[in-house]
Structures are given as structure tokens and as C-alpha cells.
Design a protein around this ligand. Structure first.
Ligand SMILES: Cc1ncc(C[n+]2csc(CCOP(=O)(O)OP(=O)(O)O)c2C)c(N)n1
Ligand SMILES: [Mg+2]
Length: 629
């Protein structure tokens, strides 16, 4: 029987099959458990680029980001044992954010397996939770099929696949030694997922939306390919749009219908809109913090998601529309009734519309939208005030705002986990055509730098910016050298507070504990950048902020740059709605021995000028006085 892979080694068949699936980049580190496959990649380097990283965790994070930014499958490679173990965190990032990533690992010789031989780890067992498809290739005759199933499963389930190949099997040649049931050539590299919900369900959804008074749209990562449709629906319904963090790039931050993010790092108008809405349209999101969604029963819910198991997960919806957001919305839009639009009302009639007690439905929705827009204007004023602060130490908001102003039209922004995420969410403004991502549901630290590297590899002509905390950056900072090695002129902005800033806040505000184990010794990141072969900048003074960020972001060279910005370590990231629990806990932590009470107190009193924080201030003082007496 003729086989296209006759006499090819398993490793070659795997590489060829990946090429068939349009895999053009793999991220990883070689090792004796995987060197057979590395050789197969070496001889195909014109078709598949191998990106050598410094830590396998980065390889998996890069594969995840590559998939997020391109829509293709991300692939990472490691040796047996320790290399494979290192991949896991990045693979969980992909699983948690529904991203197709394939991990290819080696394992020890088949005849030594499970004998405590060197680097002999039961990887199938270890990867069984993270991977939707998890297999070992035992013979070359199995290889093509395994890759086809793995890639198809990654795409279909939007998750992780894992293929493990013992080192001896990588070297074995295909001899056509098939079982009696195997038909060579039976497997194919095709994936098709066109699915549309039942027309009746779409009609039902349209009916609910057409009768809603105060409609709110919450979008997430699953709406990234449907920007125009999301805006079209919002315009038809007079509905404000709220963005879960992974959906930040769906709609520009300055869009008149945008109310920004939701939750701890979100905006006040977004929380307000959620508390008032009577109709909630969820598009491609499983936003985890349910307490920020309307109360069950408050709003009629409609949810669009690719994954049926996500429908009804966070909010008790009436209709679930399973499918791709763009396709489903395109079917839904013609069924939505046009409402009165702000643009259609003459200025002199506006007050009449907003103040008329006998408003019809379309005008109620307009009134709601208008109220939210007004609220958003106020919120933006607060952000603007915070952006222009002149304090020393510099406020992180000031740095974020300056970075935002230097983002190019089609920039790709990767952020990290910590307080820096809050500043990024609120102050880095997405404009049309930009991309944005972060480790969303896993919220792992250290993702920012690997994500930015993957973005630059995927789109060499676009500006790639990592906006990160010093803790997260330090975890995988070796990858800066990867960016140097591959001549990737990414821009890394490090918010330097020598601190796990978010954890200081959490220990105080969530638990009422004095901070513990959150400070670390400083690193000179500018020197580190230079020592690694890149460019380093430092910002310590307020008048350096704009000029240095401008210089770093606009410098045209082939090396990556780091801008380390010294920021106020006592700036606390307040949620949009102040829950009295937080001030109470902070006061408790003060009483129980929290250090730096002066600094934190000063930061609080100079901060947060808006009214809503006044009650917090007086509550805090009251509590402290009470405890003292
Ligand atoms: C891998 C990992 N370890 C621990 C945490 C818990 N955690 C969340 S934010 C944070 C602090 C982040 O510090 P840094 O990167 O300096 O950012 P900052 O909060 O100071 O802006 C920690 C420890 C996490 N999310 N991921
Ligand atoms: Mg920090």
C-alpha cells in the first residue's frame, strides 16, 4: 500500500502534519527527550520557525498569545520531565481562556518507561486535566492521525492538546506496519465549525431585545471578531456596551456607547448600568465576577457563545445562541427594531424626550443610554484628573496614560496580572484596529512579556507593547534576551514599586491583615536591559514621564526596550463601587500593625478626590479614632 509518509520518521511525520495544519511557528526548548523532533523542525525551518525561549512556561504562554492574536493554533515544544512540567502554567492559561494550543513533549525510551529512569515523568497523567486531547504516539503509523485529531480538538474545543512522543519512537521510520483495521490515508487535516442556532431561538432573542427598556451589552473575547456587529446591535437598541477585559479591543474606548470594563478593574458607570438593566445581552463572555452582573431575575438574559456549556454559566439567561458571535449577530441584527436615536432628535427636542413622563419604549432606552453616557463623562473626568497628577512618587495612572498616548494605530498591547492590570484596564485606551490581551481567567503573573514577544513574531510590522508589574516581569525576565536574540523591538513598560502591589491591597482590604511578604529588593531593569543587549530607560521624575515614554516608544531599532517607571507603591487600586467592607478591613489592618500607615494614609487622602471616596475617608478616620480610644 502506498503511504505518503513511507520511510519517514515519526518526528518528520508530526512536523509535516503540523505544516498541513498551517502551523508556522513553534515555541520551545530542546532537550534529549525531544531532540529527534527538533531535528525534524531544523530541516523544515523554512516552513516552521522555531523560537528558542529561556523557560518552557514562556513557550506555552507565547503559544497561547500567538493563538489569541492570530486565531491560529499555538504550538509549544518541550523535552520530557522538567521541560514538560514547566509548560503547564501556560497551558492552563490557554485552557482557562479557551485558546487552541498544542503541546508536543518527549518522554524517555519506551523500554525504560515508568522505571524511574532519568526525567521519567508520567506526562499523560500530569496533562490529563489541562488537555482536551492527550495522547502518546507509540508507532509512526499513528503519528499523522494523532496530529490531525489533536489539532482538530484544539480548534473544536478551543483548548489544549498534548502529544507525547517517546524518544525512540521519534526516530522510528514508517514501514506501513498497520493493524488490520487501519486504512492509510483515512485521516484528514480539515476543521469546519459552521454552526447557526435555530431560527426560532434567534427570533425569541430578538423579541426579548425588542421589548427591553434598559438594555446592556456585555462583550468578551468571543466578540473580538464581531466589532462592527456589536456596535450595530448597540446602536439599534440604544444599548451601552460594557467590556470584560479580554474583550477590551472589541470597541474603542472612546466610542460613545462604551462604558468600559466591569468588576474590580472596571468603571463606575458599568456597575451602575448593570444594577439598572432589565435586559442583558452577553456576547462571547463568561465574566467570572457574578456579583457585578444584574441580580438573577432582574434582567432578561440572552447569551451568545461558541461553547454550549458556557450558556447560563454566570447568569440565568432565557435564550442561549450557540455559535460564532459575528455569524449569530448578523442573523439577529435584521430582526431588531430601529429605535429613536440620539442623532435623530433635534437638539431643542432632546429635553422634551428625556423629561417626558409618557415615554415610549424606544425613548426609555434612549434616556437610559443618555444617563449612562453622562455618568461615563464624569468617570472620564476622574480618570483625566488621575492621569495628570504631578505627585512624586509618580502615580501609576500617569504612566499608563502616557503610554496610552504613544500607542500606534494598530498597536498590540499585552498586560500582566497585578495592580498594573487595573491601571491598564482603565488608562490604556484601545482605538480601532488595536489588539489587547492578558491572562484572563487564569490571571497568571508573567504573561505580559511572553505575550508581547508572540505578538511581535505574529505581526512584525505592528507596535507590540508589554505593560507589566515588576513582580510579574521578574518571573520570566529571561525572555527579554529572547526578544534581543530574535531582534524583536518590543516595548516593555515596567511599573516599578518593588512590591507585589495587588497583594498588599488584598491582604489589607480583603482580610484586614497587615501586609506580609510582599516587598522585594529592587532590580535595575534599565541596566538589565542594556546588559542583555537591549535598550533601557528609567523614569523617576514627573517631567521625564512623557518625554522618556515618547522616546522609548518611537525609537526605531531592532532591539527591545525596557522603560522602568518608579511609581508610588502606596497607590491602591480602588474598585469602582466602594464597598464599606474595604475601608473597615483597611482600618483593621492599621490597628493590627500594618506598616506604612502614614504613607498609605497620605496616598488615600490625596487621592480619589471624587465624592464617593469622602465617605471612605471619614469612615477610616472614625474607625481609627474608635480603635485608639
Ligand atoms: C503565577 C502567579 N503567582 C501569584 C499570583 C498572585 N498575584 C496576583 S497579583 C500579584 C502581585 C503582582 O505584582 P507585580 O507584578 O509587581 O504587580 P503590581 O501589583 O505591583 O502592579 C500576585 C502575587 C498570580 N496571579 N500568579
Ligand atoms: Mg509591583
Amino acid at each position: 500500500m502506498n503511504d505518503e509518509y513511507q520511510d519517514l520518521k515519526t518526528a518528520d511525520i508530526v512536523a509535516e502534519s503540523l505544516i498541513d495544519w498551517n502551523v508556522d511557528v513553534v515555541f520551545g526548548i530542546p532537550g534529549d527527550g525531544i531532540n529527534g523532533f527538533i531535528e525534524a523542525l531544523r530541516v523544515r525551518q523554512d516552513k516552521i520557525k522555531f523560537v528558542l525561549v529561556r523557560h518552557e512556561e514562556s513557550a506555552a504562554l507565547m503559544a497561547c498569545a500567538y493563538a489569541k492574536y492570530t486565531g491560529k493554533i499555538g504550538v509549544c515544544v518541550s523535552t520530557s520531565g522538567p521541560g514538560a512540567i514547566h509548560l503547564l502554567n501556560g497551558l492552563y492559561d490557554a485552557k482557562a481562556d479557551n485558546v487552541p494550543v498544542l503541546a508536543i513533549t518527549g518522554s524517555t525510551f519506551s523500554d525504560l518507561m515508568n522505571s524511574s529512569f532519568l526525567q521519567d515523568v508520567k506526562l499523560l497523567q500530569l496533562f490529563s486535566d489541562v488537555a482536551s486531547y492527550n495522547t502518546m504516539i507509540h508507532v509512526p503509523e499513528q503519528a499523522e492521525m494523532a496530529v490531525d485529531i489533536a489539532c482538530r480538538t484544539c480548534l473544536a474545543r478551543k483548548g489544549v492538546g498534548h502529544i507525547n512522543i517517546p524518544v525512540d519512537v521519534q526516530e522510528k521510520k514508517l514501514k506501513g506496519d498497520y493493524s488490520k483495521h487501519k486504512v492509510p490515508g483515512h485521516t484528514s487535516d480539515i476543521f469546519d465549525s459552521f454552526a447557526l442556532p435555530d431560527k426560532k431561538l434567534i427570533e425569541k432573542a430578538a423579541k426579548i431585545l425588542n421589548t427591553g427598556n434598559k438594555i446592556v451589552i456585555l462583550i468578551g473575547q468571543g466578540a473580538l471578531n464581531a466589532s462592527a456587529e456589536v456596535v450595530a446591535v448597540a446602536q439599534k437598541l440604544n444599548a451601552p456596551i460594557i467590556k470584560a477585559l479580554l474583550g477590551k479591543a472589541v470597541v474603542p474606548d472612546d466610542h460613545p456607547l462604551n462604558l468600559g470594563g466591569l468588576g474590580m478593574l472596571g468603571t463606575e458607570p458599568a456597575s451602575e448600568a448593570m444594577s439598572q438593566t432589565d435586559t442583558l445581552l452577553l456576547i462571547g463572555t463568561s465574566f467570572p465576577y457574578m456579583e457585578y452582573l444584574p441580580k438573577p431575575g432582574q434582567a432578561k438574559g440572552i447569551q451568545i457563545d461558541m461553547k454550549p456549556e458556557k450558556i447560563g454559566l454566570r447568569y440565568s439567561v432565557e435564550v442561549g445562541l450557540v455559535g460564532d458571535s459575528k455569524t449569530v449577530l448578523s442573523e439577529l441584527i435584521p430582526l431588531l427594531k430601529e429605535r429613536t436615536h440620539k442623532n435623530n432628535i433635534k437638539d431643542d427636542l432632546k429635553n422634551h424626550y428625556y423629561n417626558n413622563s409618557k415615554l415610549d419604549i424606544s425613548n426609555v432606552s434612549l434616556q437610559f443610554l443618555h444617563a449612562m453616557q453622562k455618568s461615563m463623562e464624569k468617570w472620564k473626568k476622574i480618570l483625566k484628573e488621575q492621569s495628570n497628577r504631578e505627585d512624586i512618587p509618580i502615580k501609576p495612572q500617569v504612566i499608563a496614560n502616557a503610554v496610552s498616548e504613544e500607542l500606534e494605530e494598530n498597536a498590540i498591547v499585552s498586560v500582566d496580572s497585578g495592580n498594573n492590570t487595573v491601571w491598564a484596564a482603565r488608562f490604556l485606551n484601545m482605538r480601532k484596529g488595536m489588539k489587547f490581551s492578558v491572562s484572563g481567567n487564569l490571571a497568571t503573573m508573567a504573561c505580559g512579556l511572553p505575550y508581547a514577544i508572540a505578538a511581535k513574531i505574529a505581526f512584525p510590522d505592528r507596535q507590540s507593547v508589554a505593560f507589566v508589574g515588576d513582580g510579574g516581569f521578574t518571573m520570566l525576565m529571561g525572555e527579554f534576551a529572547t526578544a534581543v536574540q530574535y531582534k524583536l523591538p518590543i516595548k516593555i513598560i515596567i511599573l516599578k514599586n518593588n512590591l507585589l502591589g495587588m497583594i498588599r491591597w488584598e491582604q489589607m482590604a480583603f482580610l484586614g491583615n497587615p501586609e506580609y511578604a510582599v516587598e522585594f529588593t529592587p532590580i535595575d531593569y534599565a541596566k538589565f536591559a542594556e546588559a542583555s543587549g537591549g535598550k533601557g530607560y528609567t523614569i523617576k521624575k514627573i517631567d521625564e514621564v512623557k518625554s522618556v515614554i515618547h522616546m522609548a516608544m518611537n525609537e526605531e531599532n531592532e532591539f527591545p526596550s525596557i522603560v522602568e517607571a518608579y511609581i508610588d507603591p502606596f497607590e491602591l487600586p480602588f474598585p469602582p463601587k466602594l464597598n464599606m467592607e474595604f475601608p473597615t478591613h483597611i482600618a483593621e489592618s492599621f490597628v493590627r500593625g500594618q506598616p506604612y500607615t502614614m504613607e498609605i494614609g497620605t496616598s488615600l487622602s490625596m487621592d480619589h478626590i471624587p465624592e464617593r471616596f469622602k465617605s471612605f475617608q471619614s469612615h477610616l478616620k472614625h474607625k481609627q479614632n474608635k480603635e485608639k480610644n
